[in-house]
Each structure stands twice: as structure tokens, then as C-alpha cells.
Design a protein around this ligand. Structure first.
Ligand SMILES: Nc1nc2c(ncn2[C@@H]2O[C@H](COP(=O)(O)OP(=O)(O)OP(=O)(O)O)[C@@H](O)[C@H]2O)c(=O)[nH]1
Length: 336
């Protein structure tokens, strides 16, 4: 229990618990945002040293209205350095942690970091990987709100960042600015969390209370429930022979592994598709950049040639003027 009774007022539609997943590049402030949402430091954020989130983790807090807030922090899942195996493993871990599905996907960006090329393709990647309905659950959090302490605003900042336009348009402009520093005024701390959680409630209403990825989470949970049931059966088989017990154990492990492999394969196929798409988009962007550079070099060469030509013309004209002057002088001398 972290938020005290008079803090963070959110109108809830009765759901006792909400699960939020934080996604974003390493260093954008996911763990720090998770702590701000929970109202206390539960995730390790690299304030000092070089702590990097290595696997999906869940922490929980309770709001004054009794609602539990589960926050899942993730490692940088879509960076160029993450292998597909690692990403699949972490997505499965995240789905397992989100027992009742995901109520909101929080995309975390920092107003202090420029977007990388991969980040610019975030929306495409997420849509291919998780389906286009992901946008109905998305909220964009911009961290390092303190960068605007001198009076700038997020809207003013975004005017200069066309790369965010599509993401924000697709998620109905659900965006919140977070200042994750610990010693900020209490009212500021509460307001940013309240704004975020009000968006979560809005999302739930819009999606008729159905969380995101609920089906896959349910599939995992049901299989885990079967697994637990089988384990109980094994414990109850005390009178049976070792052979019989080992047979049931084997069957149980086989069924569970098959289910897990099925889910992993589903995710792997979608991941492959999204990685190919990212590769293709990056190659296109690189080709376009090379083409522009080539054109610039040609233009530069053309203008250098032009300058050289004009300079030669100028030299010739000067030489001609000098020649004419000399001629005039000679003529004048011969007349005299
Ligand atoms: N001034 C300021 N610093 C922030 C803010 N949010 C995060 N930071 C700092 O940014 C750095 C990175 O934050 P993290 O929360 O560790 O980032 P992360 O995205 O979780 O990174 P990984 O754990 O590596 O995935 C830390 O030093 C934070 O203290 C903010 O709003 N303002």
C-alpha cells in the first residue's frame, strides 16, 4: 500500500485491479515511471551506476479507492541488440505476469532523447507483433518533464517532432508528461498519475472492459491451472507405483511444453514478420538517405563547376580588359 487516503483520485468502473505494461527503449525512464505510478520505489532505476532492466518484472500498489495497480516493467524488447529468442521469452513472461490481460500499454519516450530509427518504427512493429488493436490500449508517456521547467510545454515541444504525430493520432492523443524526480511537489506527483489512470479507465470503457491479449493470457493461465491440477493428482497418487507416477508426470510435462511451444511459435512468427518489416523499412530509409546524399554531392559538384566556369570567364574578361588597355596605350603613344 503506497498511495495515502487523500491522494490520487480516479473514478473506476468497479474493476478491482488494473495491469499496465511499460514499453520503450532502455534509458527512456520506464522503471522510474513505474515507480512514479506505484507511488514508491519498487523497480530499480539507474539513478546511480548502470542498472539495466534485464527481464519483465511486476510490482503492485493499492490506490486509496482500493484498486490494485499492477505495473509490468520490460527490458528494451525491440532494440537492434535484442535477439528474437530473448524477445519471445520476455513476451511470454509478460503475458504470464499479466494474469487477467493487459489494461493499458504505456509507450515511454523521453523528451531528452532523440528517437532512434528503430523507435520511429515502434508503431509498425507493435501492430505487426500484437495486432492493430494495440492502439486502442496505448498511452504515450513522455518522461523528463522537468526539461520544461523553464516554461516550455509538451504541445510546443511536439510541434517540432513530426515523428510522434502518427502514434499520437492513432491512440486518440492519449499522452501524459511525467517528471519522475523524487523531490517534486506532491500535487505534481499525484496529478500525472491521476491523468494516466484516468486514461486507463477511459480505455477500459471504450473497449467494453475487455483487456488486451486477454485470450493468450487466459490460454497460459488455463494451462497452468491444468498443470497445477495434475501436480495435485501426482501428490495424491501416493499408493501408486513409481512407474505410474512417472508416466503421469511425463504426460503432464509433454502437454504443457506443447502448449508453451504453440504460444512461442505464434509469437515467433509475428516477431519474424515484424523484424523483416523493420529491416525493410530501415533499408528503404537508408537507400533514400544515400540517394539524397548523392543528389547533394552532384548539386555541390555542379555548383563548384559553375563557380569554376564563372571564375574562368572573369579571368578571361580581366585579361581581355588588360590587353585592350595595353593596346589603347600603345596606340596613344604611336599617335603622339
Ligand atoms: N531528471 C529526470 N530524470 C529521469 C526522469 N525519468 C527517468 N530519469 C532518469 O533516467 C535514467 C533512466 O531511467 P530508467 O528508469 O532506469 O530507464 P529505463 O527505461 O527503465 O531503462 P532500463 O532499465 O535500462 O530499461 C535514470 O537515471 C533516471 O533517474 C525524469 O522524469 N526526470
Amino acid at each position: 500500500m503506497s498511495w495515502e487516503s487523500n491522494e490520487v483520485n480516479v473514478e473506476v468502473d468497479g474493476k478491482p485491479e488494473r495491469t499496465l505494461v511499460l514499453l520503450g527503449r532502455t534509458g527512456n525512464g520506464k522503471s522510474a515511471t513505474g515507480n512514479s505510478i506505484l507511488g514508491e520505489t519498487k523497480f530499480l532505476s539507474k539513478t546511480r551506476g548502470r542498472f539495466i532492466t534485464k527481464e519483465c518484472k511486476l510490482h503492485t500498489s493499492q490506490l486509496p479507492n482500493g484498486q490494485r495497480i499492477n505495473v509490468i516493467d520490460t527490458p528494451g524488447l525491440f532494440s537492434a541488440s535484442s535477439t528474437p529468442d530473448f524477445t519471445i521469452k520476455e513476451i511470454v513472461r509478460c503475458l504470464r505476469l499479466a494474469k487477467d490481460g493487459i489494461d493499458a500499454v504505456i509507450l515511454v519516450f523521453s523528451v531528452r532523447n532523440r528517437l532512434t530509427e528503430e523507435e520511429q518504427l515502434t508503431l509498425r512493429t507493435l501492430k505487426i507483433l500484437f495486432g492493430s488493436q494495440i492502439v486502442d490500449y496505448m498511452i504515450v508517456v513522455f518522461t523528463n518533464g522537468d526539461a520544461f521547467d523553464d516554461g516550455d510545454t509538451l504541445d510546443y515541444y511536439l510541434e517540432d517532432c513530426p515523428e510522434f504525430q502518427e502514434i499520437l493520432k492513432e491512440c486518440d492523443d492519449r499522452k501524459v508528461l511525467f517528471d519522475n524526480r523524487r523531490n517534486i511537489p506532491k500535487s505534481k506527483k499525484e496529478k500525472q498519475v491521476e491523468d494516466l489512470l484516468n486514461f486507463v479507465e477511459q480505455i477500459s470503457k471504450k473497449n467494453n472492459g475487455k483487456p488486451f491479449m486477454a485470450d493468450l493470457s487466459l490460454e497460459l493461465r488455463e494451462n497452468e491451472a491444468t498443470l497445477e491440477e495434475k501436480q495435485k493428482q501426482i501428490q495424491a497418487m501416493k499408493g501408486q507405483s513409481k512407474q505410474e507416477i512417472s508416466q503421469v508426470k511425463k504426460e503432464m510435462e509433454k502437454t504443457y511444453n506443447e502448449m508453451l511451444e504453440g504460444i512461442k511459435e505464434k509469437i515467433a512468427n509475428q516477431l519474424k514478420e515484424s523484424l523483416n518489416d523493420v529491416k525493410e523499412q530501415l533499408a528503404k530509409a537508408q537507400a533514400a538517405r544515400q540517394e539524397t546524399e548523392k543528389k547533394m554531392t552532384e548539386m555541390h559538384k555542379l555548383s563548384s563547376d559553375e563557380i569554376r566556369r564563372l571564375r574562368e570567364q572573369l579571368n578571361n574578361a580581366e585579361m581581355e580588359t588588360a590587353r585592350l588597355r595595353r593596346q589603347q596605350r600603345t596606340q596613344r603613344c604611336s599617335v603622339l
